[in-house]
Design a protein around this ligand. Sequence first.
Ligand code: 5AD
Length: 370
Amino acid sequence: MTITSRNRPFSRAQIRELLEGKDDDWLFSRAALATELEFGNEVYLRAIVEFSNYCANQCHYCGLRAANRALGRYRLSTDSILGAVHRAAANDIGSVVLQSGDDSYFRADTIGWLIREIKARHDIAITLSLGERPADELGLWRYAGADRYLLKMETFDRTLFERCRPGADFDGRLKQLEWLAAMGYQVGSGIIVGLPGMTLDTLAADIEALCDLNLDMIACGPFIPHPQTPFAAAKSGDVLSCQRVTALLRLLNPGANIPATSALEVLKPGARLKSLRRGCNVVMPSFTPEDVNANYNIYPGKNGSNGDARARLHALRAALAAEGLVAASCRGDAKTRRYRRQPGVNANSENKTQSENKIQSRRSKHVSGH
Ligand code: 5AD
């Protein structure tokens, strides 16, 4: 990925001040306006299917870390994964995220097969969130039809990264983000807000680093301590700080897809909806089967709500409607390309037309089906 220095409307010092809460009214109202200008009142839904909670990593913040022996581990069968995707499509969701811990059990060709099966059955965008993988596997999946890939850095501060993710390869992870962009994926990354040791200066630098990557998706949630991790005694991230981060990211990346994360809701009921009024435009309801979803225990409270996926989706749609927002059923591609200033790439019209065509064909299908 080309690292460009973009014209930023804010200096580092201004970002720092906004993170301190010097002008929340201005920040949140401008972020709301920027979101509305790009996305109207539409909120994009991503059905997330968390198909394995096995993980080879030892991240100090995450409940899935390999050393957590208290966690019941599961892997979904390919049938079960396809069933979950089918339920999402049947519920009028235009985009799925296949996510797992760093689990090498699923071979590249199995994932490739799944992608082709999903694409053959449904007109639905596929995001992969499978951690670090070799370039040939990422290429194979892109060729099979995967549209997007999410790989969060968690922080761009090398020292903090290495302290939180022992054994992890900072440069290798950044490199993977470059490969993904070169392969034509819509690329997502993000940070955890309030990791132990993170300061407002870290956050300001992280925001700039995220902007420099020209991302299509930017996911930032607050840190929640998990009892079976080395960070058990650390304090939670701050919901308001997280909302300031996502509001700033909206102003700096107007066309990016920015989710209101479930971690917000765990810390403060209602915060996820509020974030959709402060710069976020995506919600990611879990479609992981109920018999295992509580075991996708990244942090306490994750997937904690009751009811089946359909009932929860119904409640979510109603809550959005009460806010004057509409849960869109389209693929929900990012609108980032028109902002790119990369020499030689006239991404402006082409990409937009492509995605619009697909949305158009979805709509016509719906119309002719009635
Ligand atoms: N608190 C908040 N977010 C967390 N994640 C992992 N552990 C935690 C935690 N304790 C986030 C990471 C990861 C995503 C799936 O969940 O950002 O990429």
